[in-house]
Design a protein around this ligand. Structure first.
Ligand SMILES: [Cu+2]
Length: 254
């Protein structure tokens, strides 16, 4: 309901804009999108995300707080993606916790938010490499502001336009979960705990009215590409290998 109401006015505005601009097809996703995250596994996390698209270039800003702080005695890496191609919805524990362990894990949430369309945690060096390891450049710790500018693939652009783009920030603290959830192995990467790959924050991206609210992205605070390029401790190396595998398996399962 909320999404439809938000999308209606911008869609009208966008239509008017498109009529004035001749080659509208190539950059149909152009505009600003934002979301206020839902704390889908009731971990106390919160935040917002903004995506500004110009042609095929996207500038993304993610602000998050209250996330899991440490993993294997190192800063907890929080891999983040734009998920696409499903309902464009964030899952709820009540509806999507298939195995009844008290949380929505990454796989359980896929019917709602879909598969990975774009990985947001790709730094400069890895931007064009298919072997990018998400976690080495993923923001980490309990709170962060993450910004990145990159080429946005067509599938993800299409999802933003049709309202099925969903930003997901992964990684929750096993402490406080049910015994079943806290001790389970990840259904994506058996070497990792379930919590390490489970979604913490989820946000359905909605287009903002043209020339409307603050996008949260300004020229002066762009260029933080080194964000997250921290030296990896022993524990994080484990996480890096695991999250890399997460990405590959999630893509493979599409
Ligand atoms: Cu994801």
């Amino acid at each position: 309901m909320k999404k439809k109401a938000l999308l209606l006015a911008p869609a009208v505005a966008l239509g008017l804009t498109a009529m004035g601009a001749a080659p509208a097809m190539a950059d149909h996703a152009t505009g600003s999108y934002m979301t206020t995250f839902e704390d889908i596994n009731e971990t106390g996390a919160s935040g917002q995300a903004w995506i500004t698209v110009e042609g095929d270039t996207a500038t993304v800003k993610v602000e998050a707080a209250g996330l899991a702080e440490t993993f294997n005695d190192a800063a907890f890496p929080h891999v983040q993606h734009i998920h696409i191609g499903a309902e464009g919805m964030c899952p709820t524990i009540g509806e999507y916790d298939e195995n009844g362990d008290g949380i929505v894990d990454t796989v359980e949430g896929q019917p709602a938010y879909g598969m990975i369309g774009t990985t947001l945690s790709v730094g400069d060096a890895a931007k064009d490499a298919s072997t990018a390891t998400d976690v080495t450049v993923a923001p980490s710790g309990s709170s962060f502001t993450y910004e990145e500018t990159f080429k946005l693939n067509q599938k993800t652009q299409d999802s933003l336009v049709n309202g099925t783009g969903v930003v997901v920030v992964h990684g929750i603290d096993p402490a406080g979960l049910s015994e079943q959830a806290a001790t389970a192995k990840s259904n994506l990467v058996p070497e990792l705990p379930l919590a390490a790959t489970a979604p913490a924050l989820c946000g359905e991206m909605s287009m903002m009215p043209a020339g409307g609210a603050d996008t949260g992205v300004t020229k002066s605070d762009q260029g933080g590409n080194e964000m997250g390029m921290v030296a990896l401790g022993g524990g994080l190396l484990v996480a890096a290998g695991g999250a890399y595998a997460v990405r590959r398996r999630m893509v493979a399962g599409r």
